[in-house]
Ligand binder design. Sequence first.
Ligand code: G3P
Ligand code: MG
Length: 267
Amino acid sequence: MENIKKLEQLKRPWVIAHRGYRGLFPENTLVAFEAAIEVNADMIELDVCLTSDRIPVVIHDKTLDRTTNGSGLVAEHTLAELKELDAGSWFSAKFSGVKIPTLEELLLLIKDRITVNIEIKPESYESPAPSDAIEVQVCEMVGQLELADSVLISSFEHSFFSRINRWYREHHEGSSLRIALLQEQLLSDEFAVGLCQRKGAYSYHPDEKNVSASLIDSLKAEQIRILPYTINDEKRMEQLIQLGVTGIISDEPELLWKVVRRMQNCR
Ligand code: G3P
Ligand code: MG
């Protein structure tokens, strides 16, 4: 499904493929995203950073060492340099030659096919924001490709959100994008809800270990969705679905689907 409004109608939790189908494919690459589409995930999650020539690219770490055959900071390499690298062999020889995608390449690949959670990495935050700041480039791409209803923008750096809200409203006649608060630390229910309200968040994305029944109820009472990360354990998926999460971010979309289907059949 390519439209978040359609996901909102579902009577089941959303299946969100973390960095693509990360369990079986090299994370944040086009093969991993194609695989997530193939297994009918509802949404893909990806991480975005800036190159030294200020192009948004899809990669999780601020350094190249873990997921490519390069080394050093992503932000100190040009896109041309990154495109020389192999982002698949570290995972398996059968993915040798797989490249780091740009955000634009990814959005063109998935347009009209699946919804997407774009996570902007905190390392790319700049203060003051230049005219080509990462959040501005993300907003421009989403606007140009007419993807507003297919995209959810998240970050652990919450200062991005007022800029995104302001920029999008000014350039798109008052309309807004869906934004999501990522939160690693445990917050009280009241604080989490208040933070989401102050930031105008569509959804709250906590570390799964900080999810409780009362947090879910408090968020839902204020129409705020909850999409915890990253759950790969079948039992934990089941518990969280039972508690009523909106969706689950997982490296294992097929396993998550299995749990979702099993629980639907039990109703
Ligand atoms: O967006 C959910 C999750 O991806 C946040 O953590 O480190 O996997 O990007 P991380
Ligand atoms: Mg992420």
